[in-house]
Structures are given as C-alpha cells and as structure tokens.
Design a protein around this ligand. Structure first.
Ligand SMILES: Nc1ncnc2c1ncn2[C@@H]1O[C@H](COP(=O)(O)OP(=O)(O)OP(=O)(O)O)[C@@H](O)[C@H]1O
Length: 817
C-alpha cells in the first residue's frame, strides 16, 4: 500500500550533528536573559552560538532525546531539504501538497505527537486569531503540525521568523516575561537555538511572518535538531530584521492582541506544571493513582487526542479557512498539559453538561472545552484523529481509511483505547463531583453526617456554595426511604420561607420512589430498596449550626466566668421560635428539633432536616408514627410512648406540643449548657425519667425569673400544658411587661416575698421559691391567655399554694421550728 511505502524510516545518522544546544549552567543564564531587553537578548543569542555544546551532554538530556529519536527520517530529510531551499514561500506551498497527499500515511505514534504538542505548548506564545487564519491558510498544514513537525518547521521558519518576534513580544510584555522565565533550561535554550536557526532560513520577512502563531514556534523547535549552524553575520542581519519587524508588529493596532489573554492564560498554566509533565503526560496520566489528577487529565487527553493531524488532514480547504483561526487556537489548547484542565475542569464541565457554549475565557483555561468545541467545528474531519488518540499499542492502520463515521462513533473511539465502541463519557470522580439533575457540583469538603445522610459543602458552576445532602437508599426499607423523600416534599412546601433552609435542587435516582412520594401512594412499603439509589438535595449553605455555636459560647463563658448573656439568648430564641412557628403554621411537626438542626445562614437561624417530619392530617392536631423517632435528649414523653395507650385508654400521639418540649430542652441547654436529662446516660435511664410524670426537672437558679418560667412552660410534662409558639413569642422573657400600676394586694404580696427573700440570707432554696412566687403573682402572668380557662386558673392557684407551702417549710426549717 502507498501508505506503507511512505512509512517513516529512522533518522539518518548525519542529522545527529545538527543537534541543538545542550542545557547547561550558562544556558540557565540565557534563559533568564530571555526576559531582558531585546538588545540584551540579541547579545545572548549571539553568545549562545559561540558556546561549545558537546553532543554527549545533549544525548543524556531527557528532554531532548525522546523527541528527536521519534522524528521519522523522511520528515527530517524533508526538513533539511527545506532548510536548503532559499525561496521559502514557494517551498512552503510545494510542501503542503505532497504532505496532504501523505495523509494516508500511518499516523505518527500518538505518544510522540502529543508529547511534542505539549512541549510545544510550553513555549506557546500568545496566539493571534486574526493572523492565525492567514497563517493557517497559507502555511499551516494541519497534518504537518503534529505529524510532520520537521517539515512544518521549515515551512514556518522559512516564511515566518515570527518565533523571534514572539519571543521578543514576550520580552516586552511583563506577563509574558514571567511566563518565559519560568521555562526550564532546555526550553530556554531551545528558544535561543531557535533564534539562531532563523538566520539560515529567513531571507523573506513580510507582514505575514510576524503573525505567526505558536505552531511556528513548535516547528522551530523541531528544526533545531536539524538545522545547520548559520554564520554569525547572517544571523545578526536577520535578527535585526526581526527586531524591526517586532517594532512594526508592536506598533500595530491592538486588534491582533485582543485574544492574547486566553492564550497567555493557557500557556501560563502549562508552565506552572513544569517540565516533568511534558514528557510523560499523555498516557501515564491514565495510570496515575490520584483520582483528582486522573480524571481531568483523561478528559483533556481524550479531547486533545481527538484533535490530531489525522483529524485535520482531511479537512477540506474551505473548512480550514472557516475554522482555521479557531483550529489553531484549539490545537494550542489541545496541546496544553492536562493540568490546566485540572484547574478548570469543574468550571467548564457544568456548562458542557448543560449543553452550554463555553466562553472564550473558559476555552483559554480548559483545553478540553476548546477541543470539544473543535470536534464540533471540524466535524467533517475524519476519524484518523481517533486512531492517533489511542495509545501506541492500539494503533490500527485500518482506521486510516477515510471514512467519516457519525460523530458519536468518533467519540466512542476516542474514549476506548481498545477500539471497542463504548460511548465516550466523562468519568467524573464521584469523590470530587456530584451530579444533580445534570448539573455538576464540586465537593469542597464534608460538613457532617447525620444518622441517615452525608452532607457536603459543594460549589456550583456559577461559583455558589451549597450544602449537598446525600442519602443512600440501598438496603433501607421502603417506608424509611419514603420518609426521606418526604423531606423534599416538605422543603418544597416551605419554599421562600426565610427561616427554613431552602431547597435549591434535588434528585432521587429511584424515580418510582419519588413518583410514589409525590403522588402519596406507596406500593411496596415492606420491601427493601435493592438498587443503588440515592437522594440528592442541594441546599442553601449554612455557616454553622446552633450546636456548635452553643459549645463555642459555653467555652467563652467558662473561660471568662460569665453567665449567659440574656440578649444573646433572646435574639436566637426568638428566631428558633419563629422558625418552628413557620412549620407549625404549615401543619408540619418537625419531630427532631435539636440545636444541630438550626443553621446560621447569613446571620439568621434556619431550620433544617425534615427527614422525620410529619404532616398533620387536616382532621386532627396530632400525627401518628410508626416508630419512636427523634434524638433521645430532646424527645418528649409522648414521643417515647407514641402509639401506646394512656391511663384513659387513649392512644398517645405526637403533635406540635412534642416540638415544644424539644424547644424547652434546647432552651434549657442554652441556659445551662446541658440538656435536662443529660445526667441520665443510657436509653433506658432516659426513657424512665422522661416518661415519669412525677419526675421534677432540676432548674438551677437564674437571675431572670422569666427565663425560668419560660423553660417550665415548654417542659411541662403534660403536653396540653405546654405553651404554643404564639404564646411563647409573647412570653415576658421575650416581651418584658411594661410596668403598670399594681394593685395594693399585689404590691403587698411582692413586698412580703421581697422581705422573706432578704431575711433568708444565702438560703438558695428560699430565695428561689420567693422568686417563683413573685413570678406567679406578676401581672404579666396573671393577664396571660393561659389564665382565661378555669383549668389554668386552678393550676396556677395550686402551684402558688404548693410554692407557699414549700416556702413556709423552708422558713420553718431555717428557724428551727
Ligand atoms: N444546608 C446545610 N448547610 C450546612 N450544613 C448543613 C446543612 N444541612 C445539614 N448540614 C450539617 O449536616 C448535619 C447533618 O445534616 P442533617 O441533620 O440534615 O442530616 P440527617 O442525616 O438528617 O441527620 P440526623 O438524622 O442525625 O439529624 C447537620 O447537623 C449540619 O451540621
């Protein structure tokens, strides 16, 4: 076959004499000189040619050896031949034709191609699309670009001494200086050598040459190993010409540099990866152990591989014309080391996933994006690229046949190194990315894990931070899974309620389950979820939960010997009440109220975790539970005994009062730093004491009697005695009563109690009883709603008489009666 006849042969030995300079210490200096002013640069270039560069050192150089050995002889010969030709413009066009014909040649080892590309990319000067088109049309043979680099080098060098211009332009622009000086010695030296080689081939300098893009540069690099050493005088002349050109170029309107930014950005990110990546990135990246590194690399590689000479070679001229500017840009991107994709993968992926068109800045930052787009743009191109995109072992000559498979087939080939047609897809690292309804969220860290879920801090494609709650359903019974799904229902119902955490998006992978929850029908409540299903909820992100706030607060107070700040307490207690009021108004009982379920979002507390919440049926005020649920320390007596029968034979149910009890426990914890039943460690100890109606909760004395009262209003054992939220919101602790004219008897009662308290000295019990009695006699209490019923009045009076009796006993004891 023709193709076989044209197979490249090993490089001819004489070319070894045409080695490029070897990196040495002196060259390091010359590298830095690249950031000096043009006259300096010139001096360094000249000096570089005077230096002796022994072959032996060069041969040991890792950075140069592989590339040279992989250049086919035919190409090298062509390079030398081209070098000899003085009329480069003609030569160029002549070369282009046969090379295009050579497109049926077996593709160059993709490893070589890609490595070279990356190396090239590492010295990519800013690209100028406006000029790129021109260059592409006239001198860029896409097939040459990667497969026929030596030849391409000649073409471009002959026509375009732009690499020097580029170098100089880099010298001029501070940003590029940085970029350039970060290159390793080898590359610096390559650049130096590069310049010298210009002399030999550059007799023609025209306007087009200064518009050369990075491809010229890469070609030049290849040429270095093949070019003859020019005379110094000639070099000097050409360099002067080039400097002149540079001046012209720089004096041109800014249009040419309008897209320098992206290119620069890309190049910079390439450099930051440093040399070690350059030689080995293409396939070894797939073997990398690091997921974080592997995935983006794989993507970028897949994409960059899809954009190869083979891909380009079959482009019809009009297509090339239309897209050439982009193609070269794309190719520049495709040759970037994948690390740039690592940096930007996330930013770009969502747009891709959502079918969004990437923006220029994205393209600059993410080669994979660019190349993706390029594959669309150069759709008519053949699938040869795919062949080249595969690892060397999988190379398949038959794929050189110029068939144009459908796009999806092409993608399949790219993704499969074994040639098996599997759909190309992005294998996102599940540890790094979550996909909810097609949108990607990058994981920033784990916030916490609840009893049933994991909550992660994530960032979306528009750079918003969210919390992502993931509940694994596998192995759970359908009833439980159903309950978890219901959280979505409640959160949807509570949309736009500003004291409830907002659900941004969600996905239930088990669509049947979601459908059943949404329609309120459960078909398989007893079975277990077999599939590896998950519920994902994207939620507003909360900075800290109340549990953490409290422990911080208590640490502060312990260290400074302070007591609780009542205003702090009021501020948050009121927000807690308002949040719970919101759900109670929506006929939802939360059932798991605890400090960890109140989150601080932009300064306000919001309620989260409706995992076990229940809706109150319209004909009742209670909910019925299948099991005892909640967090022990905050569970109400009726929650422990739910569905059991009380003394009167009535089924015990949970309702809003159950939430009030939990609120009482939270308030108690805010005041005392521990929950009311914290002394009881085991489940049974807790169960026993909480379900005992005669157990008295211990309240340490507090400075504000209203606070004590408030806690007691919430922690009344009898659920009907507990205050409701509207009452609690009006409690004197939150809304201190405005002093009114007190009746004579009240004044006398209070004075008496005041007197008793004063005379009992340090007797804590007596003073506490006096305070409690004072509270009960307070006009605020007496006019409160709870006293409108005879039952409440009776209870208040019995409480008063109980306290009076206890006080009398105390006094008697202290006086020795
Ligand atoms: N939107 C959010 N923003 C920030 N952190 C959150 C968010 N949602 C949950 N968290 C954190 O994750 C923890 C667990 O979340 P959540 O309570 O919703 O899960 P769960 O599995 O229902 O937990 P449990 O059943 O133990 O109450 C919370 O205590 C909180 O610290």
């Amino acid at each position: 076959m023709d193709r076989e006849a044209n197979l490249p042969v090993p490089s001819a030995p004489p070319q070894r004499n045409l080695v490029r300079p070897v990196t040495n210490t002196a060259d390091t200096t010359s590298s830095s000189s690249s950031s000096s002013s043009p006259p300096d640069f010139l001096r360094h270039v000249q000096a570089a040619f005077k230096r002796h560069r022994p072959l032996g050192i060069m041969q040991t150089s890792n950075s140069t050896k592989p590339r040279r050995t992989l250049i086919p002889k035919r190409e090298a010969s062509r390079t030398v031949a081209s070098n000899a030709g003085p009329t480069t413009g003609t030569k160029n066009s002549q070369d282009l034709v046969p090379l295009s014909k050579d497109s049926t040649l077996p593709k160059k080892n993709p490893v070589t191609v890609i490595r070279e590309s990356h190396e090239d990319a590492s010295i990519t000067p800013p690209s100028f699309p406006g000029t790129i088109t021109k260059t592409f049309d006239e001198s860029f043979n896409p097939f040459d670009a990667q497969r026929e680099q030596p030849k391409s080098a000649i073409d471009t060098k002959e026509n375009n001494p732009m690499p020097l211009t580029c170098i100089e332009s880099q010298l001029v622009e501070g940003k590029r200086k940085v970029q350039f000086s970060t290159l390793n010695n080898t590359i610096s030296q390559e650049m130096e050598w590069d310049v010298s080689n210009q002399v030999e081939v550059s007799n023609v300098i025209n306007d087009e040459t200064k518009q050369q893009n990075f491809q010229n540069m890469e070609s030049d690099l290849t040429l270095r190993s093949d070019g003859a050493v020019p005379s110094l005088a000639k070099r000097t002349m050409v360099i002067q010409n080039q400097l002149h050109q540079l001046r012209n170029f720089l004096s041109q309107p800014a249009t040419q540099s309008s897209v320098v930014g992206p290119s620069c950005a890309t190049t910079t990110s390439v450099h930051s990866t440093s040399a070690p990546m350059l030689n080995s990135m293409t396939y070894c990246s797939r073997e990398s152990g690091s997921q974080a590194a592997v995935e983006p690399l794989r993507d970028a590689n897949a994409n960059s591989q899809s954009f190869t000479p083979g891909n380009l070679e079959q482009l019809s001229p009009p297509t090339l014309k239309d897209t050439s500017g982009m193609l070269i840009d794309l190719r520049a991107a495709a040759t970037q080391p994948s690390t740039s994709a690592i940096h930007s993968q996330f930013n770009d992926l969502p747009k891709e996933q959502q079918g969004g068109v990437p923006e220029v800045s994205d393209i600059a930052n993410n080669p994979s994006l660019v190349v993706d787009r390029s594959t669309k743009d150069i759709e008519p191109a053949d699938d040869g690229a795919d062949v080249q995109s595969q690892p060397p072992m999988s190379k398949n000559p038959s794929s050189d046949v110029k068939l144009e498979p459908p796009k999806h087939e092409k993608q399949e080939k790219v993704s499969s190194s074994k040639g098996a047609p599997v759909p190309r897809k992005r294998n996102l690292d599940p540890d790094l990315f979550f996909k909810v309804n097609g949108k990607l969220y990058q994981r920033l860290g784990k916030i916490g894990s609840g009893g049933s879920s994991e909550v992660h801090k994530v960032i979306s494609s528009d750079c918003t931070i969210y919390a992502l709650k993931k509940i694994k359903l596998k192995g759970r019974d359908y009833g439980t899974a159903y309950g978890f799904c219901q959280e979505i229902l409640y959160l949807n119902k509570l949309k736009r309620k500003n004291n409830i955490i907002q659900l941004i998006d969600y996905e239930v992978t088990d669509k049947t389950l979601l459908h059943e929850v949404m329609s309120g029908s459960v078909s398989n409540k007893d079975g277990r979820v077999k599939d590896d299903g998950c519920i994902y909820m994207v939620l507003e992100y909360g900075e800290i939960d109340l549990a953490h706030m409290l422990s911080q607060k208590w640490k502060e107070m312990d260290s400074s010997n302070q007591t609780i700040d009542e205003n702090w307490l009021r501020f948050y207690w009121q927000q807690i009440l308002q949040a719970v009021n919101t759900i109670h108004e929506e006929r939802i009982v939360h059932s798991d109220l605890k400090p960890a379920n109140f989150l601080l979002v932009k300064g306000s507390l919001k309620l989260i975790d409706f995992g076990i919440a229940k809706a109150i049926m319209s004909d009742t005020t209670n909910i019925q539970r299948d099991s005892q649920v909640g967090t022990l320390s905050y569970m109400s007596p009726e929650a422990f005994m739910c569905n059991e029968s009380d003394a009167n034979g009535n089924t015990i149910k949970c309702g809003r009062p159950s939430d009030i009890w939990s609120l009482g426990c939270i308030l108690y914890q805010m005041v005392y730093g521990r929950t009311p039943f914290s002394a009881y460690k085991t489940f049974w100890a807790k169960f026993k004491v909480i379900t005992d109606p005669n157990h008295d909760i211990t309240y340490e004395p507090v400075s504000n009697p209203w606070l004590l009262d408030l806690m007691k209003r919430c922690l009344a054992w009898e659920r009907n005695e507990r205050w409701r939220i509207p009452q609690l919101l009006q409690h004197p602790f939150l809304v201190p009563p405005v002093p009114t004219q007190q009746s004579e008897s009240q004044n006398q009662g209070c004075e008496l109690l005041q007197l008793v308290a004063e005379t009992c000295g340090n007797d804590q019990e007596t003073s506490m009883l006096c305070r409690e009695l004072q509270q009960l006699l307070n006009p605020g209490t007496l006019i409160s709603e709870s006293l409108t019923s005879r039952d409440q009045q009776y209870k208040l009076l019995s409480q008063m008489s109980k306290l009076c009796f206890q006080l009398r006993e105390c006094l008697a004891k202290s006086e020795g009666f």
